[in-house]
Write a protein of this length. Structure first.
Length: 135
């Protein structure tokens, strides 16, 4: 049983970090998957773990793509708050979360909140490979 739990968590750690293919457009399935991954991560991983943040952002993106803007806001912000504090190769994920939050706040007609994340995008550009420019 311990091996099975370990395998399951390992599988979720690997799988939840990657988005479901966009061509599937099965947002209900994506929502269920990321909610389950998030539940496991919150149970097994330390607070503020990178994979928890990634799962929250992916859940938020699935909700955003489904047009559920208000529901998308919480997971996107929670995941963004985790990843923005991380060092390492999370710049592209943070930038995508910022773009998603701009879309959420534009849809919710909250231009001031959208402007905050749009300004963060402008202040933190990425190169074509999704990396911050070298200084």
């Amino acid at each position: 049983l311990k091996t099975r739990r370990s395998f399951s968590l390992s599988w979720f750690l690997q799988s939840a970090a990657e988005p479901l293919p966009k061509q599937e457009k099965d947002y209900d399935r994506a929502e269920r998957f990321y909610r389950e991954a998030l539940s496991r991560f919150l149970e097994k991983l330390p607070p503020g773990h990178t994979n928890t943040g990634i799962a929250q952002i992916q859940l938020g993106r699935a909700l955003l793509l489904e047009g559920r803007y208000k529901d998308a806001e919480g997971p996107l912000l929670a995941g963004y708050d985790i990843l923005v504090k991380q060092s390492g190769p999370q710049a592209a994920r943070v930038a995508n979360a910022r773009k998603d939050l701009v879309a959420v706040y534009e849809a919710l007609r909250q231009p001031d909140r959208a402007a905050k994340f749009r300004a963060e995008l402008a202040a933190n550009p990425l190169d074509h490979a999704g990396n911050p420019p070298k200084r």
